[in-house]
Write a protein of this length. Structure first.
Length: 129
């Protein structure tokens, strides 16, 4: 959502020979299309909420709930829950474009420590008679 907001509010570079808008902010062009050369009418297509709801219901029945598609492929629910717990344990830092790598590193470091502890315990258990 932060990236979408940034992208829709950044200024597109001006292109002299372009027929469509350039040198503008996409969100402004979307809201006021008649202000830009090459676009003299409102090109938005209004979609009734009932149609959106019907499509959402169809897709949910066909491929499952939306939330099930918001995970990385191969990411188990167990790992997702573990990462969520670690994120909360490190203070639930805000995740943004600027902070994502740092937050990932903090979570990764904690998970690495968990692995060392687990490997040590397993080795000790395996050494028992």
């Amino acid at each position: 959502d932060e990236f979408r907001t940034w992208w829709n509010n950044h200024r597109v570079r001006f292109q002299h020979d372009k027929n469509m808008p350039s040198g503008h902010i996409p969100a402004h062009a979307f809201e006021h299309p008649t202000h830009f050369a090459g676009v003299r009418v409102d090109c938005r297509i209004r979609v009734p909420q009932a149609a959106v709801d019907e499509l959402l219901e169809y897709l949910t029945e066909d491929v499952g709930p939306r939330d099930s598609h918001l995970r990385w492929p191969g990411l188990t629910l167990e790992l997702e829950q573990t990462v969520q717990t670690v994120w909360e344990d490190i203070g639930s830092p805000k995740i943004s474009m600027e902070s994502a790598w740092g937050v990932f590193r903090m979570i990764s470091d904690v998970l690495d420590n968990y692995k060392i502890i687990i490997d040590t315990v397993v080795a000790k258990l395996n050494a028992l008679p």
